[in-house]
Design a protein around this ligand. Structure first.
Ligand SMILES: C[S@@+](CC[C@H](N)C(=O)[O-])C[C@H]1O[C@@H](n2cnc3c(N)ncnc32)[C@H](O)[C@@H]1O
Length: 201
């Protein structure tokens, strides 16, 4: 077996993967959101949360544990989720083409907008960064359209030449903007999470 295949298998089955399986979470990504929440206090009980790129659904599971039964979750992804996840309303669509406002209809404003969206990677770093930036910018655009004043945003972004500019874009709409790379994010990954706290309408 080649070294690369060995690496693939060991990263797929790392300790966060095993932990998620044991604890009943649908993906190891749950520990990234948990860490961001512990650091930036993203949620409160009873809140309304929109999760962009929500499949397979571990962030929805975590968000439910934080907002409780009185909270409301909406998840959006290109692909359908398997079964009901955490009592969330699921919307299937591509964020780059759908009219989110039309789809969400008369729903009240959200308190938290999350995006863990990642592009299909090509292996060409500059192309993958550009695609990730487009998803991040779209997530931020949606967030500024649907967040209630004071709301929070957390979005994934592959770190590239426009990283600082995009943090500034978050800072221009939120009281605080920060970036973080959770410990459960793989070392080799160039992903970062950009947090906006306190949306200014
Ligand atoms: C890393 S996964 C998200 C994992 C999720 N946070 C969880 O905890 O289960 C990234 C997701 O983004 C979705 N995605 C990527 N591009 C998208 C797009 N243009 N529109 C909607 N979803 C997209 C993918 O289908 C994929 O399910």
């Amino acid at each position: 077996m080649s070294r690369n295949r060995l690496d693939d298998r060991s990263t797929r089955h790392d300790r966060f993967h095993q932990k998620a399986k044991k604890e009943g979470f649908l993906a190891r990504a749950v520990y990234k959101l948990q860490e961001l929440d512990e650091k930036f206090a993203l949620f409160k009980p009873g809140q309304r949360v929109l999760d962009l790129g929500c499949a397979p659904g571990s962030w929805l599971q975590y968000a439910r544990s934080r907002v409780g039964d009185r909270g409301m979750l909406v998840g959006l992804d290109r692909g359908p989720l398997r079964g009901d996840v955490a009592g969330a309303r699921i919307v299937v669509g591509d964020v780059l083409t759908i009219d989110v406002k039309e789809l969400l209809g008369e729903l009240p404003a959200f308190d938290v907008v999350l995006s863990d969206m990642a592009p299909d990677t090509s292996g060409v770093r500059s192309l993958d960064q550009a695609r990730s930036e487009a998803l991040f910018e779209r997530a931020l655009e949606i967030a500024t359209g649907v967040l209630a004043p004071g709301g929070n945003f957390a979005g994934k972004l592959f770190q590239g030449p426009d990283f600082k500019k995009l943090i500034e874009a978050v800072r221009s709409r939120f009281d605080q903007a920060k970036s973080a790379k959770p410990a459960s994010s793989r070392q080799i990954s160039i992903e970062q999470y950009v947090i906006g706290k306190g949306f200014r309408k």
